[in-house]
Structures are given as structure tokens and as C-alpha cells.
Design a binder for this molecule. Sequence first.
Ligand code: AMP
Length: 596
Amino acid sequence: MAPGPAGGEPALFTDLFAEQVRRTPDAIAVMWGEHRRTYAELNAEANRLAHRLVSLGAGPERLVAIGIRSAHLVVAALATLKAGAAYLPLDLSHPPQRLEHMLTDARPMLLLTTGDDQHAVPAADLPRVLLDDPDAYAGQPDTDVTDADRLAPLRPTNVAYVIYTSGSTGSPKGVVIEHRQLGTYLRHVVRSYPGVRGRALLHSSFAFDLTVTAFYAPLMTGGCVHIGALEEMGTPAAGPAGQQRPTFVKVTPSHIPLLTALPAQASPTGELMAGGELLLGETVDAWRRRHPGARVVNEYGPTETTVGCSTVVIEPDQPVPPGPLPIGQPMPDVRYHVLDDELRPVRPGEIGELHIAGGQLARGYLHRPGLTAERFLPDPFGPPGSRMYRSGDRVRPTEDGEYEFCGRVDNQAKIRGYRIELGEIEAALLRRPEVRHAAAVIRTDTPEVKQLVAYVAPGEGARIDAQQLRKDLAETLPDYMVPSAVVSLPALPLTVNRKLDTAALPAPEVAATPGGRAPADELQALLCELFATYTAVSSIGVDDDFFVRGGTSLGAAQLVNEARRRGLTLSLRDVLENRTVARLAEVCADTDRGDE
Ligand code: AMP
């Protein structure tokens, strides 16, 4: 990895954290369940591990993979950065084949994991440190690691992390973010959102850059990172820490209906930041009706420009119009150019492709100079040598300097907040010898329910087993990229220009269990109707499992809201634990009797 050119250099996160430790050594820096660590304790532990990592050869421009599901990941990430190295976060819920691809592509020198988690990482020969092994870094000094200890001095132009995102040509690609870009983003966050100085909930996978905000910003300001599952907040499983409302929560807009349905302890009192996909005024309002008083922030930005690069802040008493919310104005160190096909700026009111310039642009894609050159272009409007990222997003600049999101120029899509390249799914289908033609599309046959559907046509004389194909895809793709239905057609419909005729693709008919029991009473019938609305199946038997039939936890939250509106007493936990209509009907009947 060659370092990028030097530029305006914000302070290194590692230095800012060290200063914070000196300011508030006894404040709680991280908590999970029953556990908590002060700044001094967290720092000492991260220092010991960092010294160990240096002794193993970790340092600037070297990558350390982190495959950890528990709170140990905070120490792992801090220690890696302190050693001067960069981390590669692995999402252990991804299929082993995909993790293996990432590891082969990124070539980390070391793996940080735990005794249990190491089995989910397919890298038998990668040297590893187990963070739950008491001897792993005991005896190391707990003093701050400095350039005098590091294998080379740590500079803002060195890599901080590499995060993989879906790749249109068939395999995921690693986005390389340097310390200076991370620092530029964080500088804006800590100035703008006071909630991060309180308790920020870290609830989603560290392998997506959404979590960068709630992970780093509290640790620079004396705040606390609270690690826990959204669904557990307010329940005994969340421990003492989860019984109070956090001050800052970041989610994707797809998560907001879930927050609205969950106990208040999952929702913030300070700022709710939504990022990663289009945010609707209706979604914000539904949440604010239950939780007035918090600010809502709509943050826009690709992973390639470090988490977020423009925002709109909605004050608690500020009305929001229904429909898509604007993506706001670029942050202080970011510049937007909305350009036509000839790279000329469009006028306000016209739509063009957003090109992003300034201090948050990634170094590029790991080991992919061609792809990097394709997406990171010379910036004709900036100083010599500066670059701009071609985002693929269609936006409309307004007369008053805001920007509206108008979709994509390509086949990148979002489902449940996850970024996917439909081309990557198609490539996985076309790798099968029996498949001649494949298309993956996002459908919304039921309002508000986005469904990923694949269409395949067989080669000459071949036969396709669509169910099997779907199962096989799950071996290589993360669950959010596995189509909820695979439809086999003799040939895919084409337009006169011989392009895929998306409008002519039939809606998938996902069959319920053949011969499933029909609803026995009105309550079961209503639940069947709700299941049908929030799953991929139009006819539901009372023994059909909500999740097996294509339902998601977000769909379950929406189902709970709708059920409540129609007079049923039902919680999200009820749906997660009793996944069929028959069992849920019993729960509803019991609660109703209990209420009498
Ligand atoms: P990711 O790299 O996963 O953060 O995905 C980046 C893409 O998500 C952007 O290029 C947009 O297409 C979309 N996106 C992110 N934030 C927003 C937002 N606030 N509103 C609309 N689309 C968004």
C-alpha cells in the first residue's frame, strides 16, 4: 500500500484519545452488559496489546484483521491503531467463502480474534492473537505506544482501516481510509453532535463504516461507547447499562421503524443519526411521535468518502415534509460537484452525477489501481493534483445550496440499509454452468417492503433448480445479498434495444408450505394477513415461520406497529420468539385475557 500525498493534516485519533485519557481517566469509556471500563483501564489494556502487536511486526501500512463478535473488538481496534497499523474488520456472520476472499485479497499479517470466534474465520495459517487468552499480552508495558516504539513513525497519511463493500464485477472491494480522512470526518462529528459526549450505542456490525461515528467520537470527547443489541435494550438481557436511554444512536433509515417499535431505551435523547440510504419525512415523524425532544440527523455519504459528507439536522420542533428528505450541504472539508456526462456542472434544479472532492476521499481501493482510477478522477475544479470521487449518485442541487438525492446512475442498490451491487449477485448466478442469463432486481410489490429477487434463464438443454440455487448463493453471499426468491424463466424478457425489460419481469410467487393449516379464527386470519404483508409470501399457513418465509426483523417491527394499530397487543420480542401465526395467536389471546 503506497501512502497518498500529504495534505491538510488533522490530529491523529490515537493522539486525541491519549489526551482524552489524561483529561478523564476515571470516566467510563466503554460498557456492555454488566461490564464497564474506565478510560485509564481501556487505555492500559489497548497499550499492552499494541506493544505485543509491534513485537509481532505490526506497524504503519500493515493490516491486522479483526474477527471478533464481542466487546473485545474495542481493545483490538484501539491497539491496532496505537501500533500504527490499520485494521480490516471481518463480519463473522458472512459466509466463510466470502471472508476467505477478503483475507486473500487484503493479505493481513495477523488476526485478532477470540477462542470462540476464531472458528468462524477461514484462515488456518494466519498468525493470531486471542484476546480472551490471559497470556496473550500479559507482561507487556501499559504505557502509550509512541513513534519511538513503532516500527516506523505513524503519519496522518497512513492507513487507519480497510472496509469491504460489494463489487459490481463479482467480488467485494476494499476501501482504504487513511488517518487524515478519519480525523477530518470525526472533527466535524464531535463539533456538531453533543450526544456523542454522553453515551453512544454501538449496535451494528463493525465491518460497515456506519459504526465509525459511535465508536470513535465518544472516545475523543469523554463519552462512553455502549455495546449492545438494539433488540435487547430495556430488557434484562441488556444488563444495567441498557436500562437507560442513550444520548446518541446511529442507524440506517431501515432501522427506524424497529426503533419506533422497541422500548424507549433503544432510542436516543440527544441525536438520532440516520445514514446510508434515503430517509423519508414519514419515517422521522413516526419515530418523533414516540420520542419528541431529540434531534434527527440525515447523513449522506459513501464509504469511499469516509462515512458521511453532507448532513441535514432536523430540530425537535421543526416540521418535516413527507417524502424524501434532502441530503443537505457538504461538511466543511468537503466539496460537491454535480456534473453532466461531459463533466460540466449542471444548473440548480437540474439532475447530474455527484462528484465528491475534499479532505475525506479514500486513498482508493486496495490492490485495485484500475478501479481506483475509474472512480477517483482528477478534480478539474480543485488545486492541482486534487481528486474527486465519482459517486454514481444522481442528485439535484437546489437554488438554496442544498442537494436532493435522485437515485443511482448504475446497478448499486440498498436493501435494509446494506449496499449491494446487483451485478455481484448476477455474477454469482452466472458462475453456475446451468445458468445462461441472470438478473437481480429490487422489487416493491408490497408498499414499503423491498424485496431482492433474482431471475434466471437456463442454457441449452439445462435445468435450473431455483430453490437449490438460492441455497447455494447463501454459501458465498451474506444473507442480505441472497435473493428472497429466485425465479426461473425460459428466457428473460428484453426490450426492443435488447436490454432487460424490468417491467416485464413477473412478481415472484413464493409458495407457502404446501398443505399448510388455514387460519381457524378471526385472530389467526388477521395475523396471516399481517404475515403476508411483511413477508414474501402471499398465502400463509398458520405454521409458517415468519423468518423462513422472507420476513426480517425490520419487517417484524413494522408488523408489530400495524398489529397495534389494529388493536392487537403484541411486542417485537413476541414475534422474534413465537415465529408462527399459531403461536403468536396464543400470545395475543393470553395478553388479552391478562388485560381483562
Ligand atoms: P455506503 O457506502 O454503504 O455508505 O453506501 C453509500 C451509498 O448509499 C451512497 O452512494 C448513496 O447511494 C446511498 N446513501 C447514503 N446515505 C444516503 C442518504 N442519506 N440519502 C440517500 N442515499 C444515501
